[in-house]
Design a protein. Sequence first.
Length: 128
Amino acid sequence: MSIFIEFETEARNGRLRFLDWLDFEEEFQKDFFPLGAEAAAVNALEMTEYFQGNRTVEAYLDQFQDLVCDAEYSDLKTIVVKFRRGLNRRISMALAGMPIGGLCCAPQVPIGTGWNRLDSDRKILITV
C-alpha cells in the first residue's frame, strides 16, 4: 500500500498516526537519523573500540580528545579514568608506578584546543 493511500485511509477513518507536526517530526528523527555525535561518542567511550591497542600514544590521544569533546564530558575524574582504561596496559602500569608529580615536564596544552572546553580559565597538563 502506498504512503498516500495509507494516509488517505487513516484520514477517512479519523485515526491519523501522528497527532501533529511535532509528533511526526519526533518520529521521523528517531526512525531516519542516526545517533547524534554526542550520543555516538558517549557510546564509543563506554565500549572498548577506542582503546589504544597498537597505535601510538599520540594517535590514541587525538582520537580520545575528539571523543571527549563530542561527548561533552566535563568531569576530569571521569575523563582520566576513561583515558587510563583505554591506554596500553604496559604504559598505564608504568604511569601508575610514577610518584605524584612525576610528570611535571608534561606538555601544556595552549588555550584554544579541545581540552580547554574542560577548563577555559587555565591550561591543563596532559599527563601521558
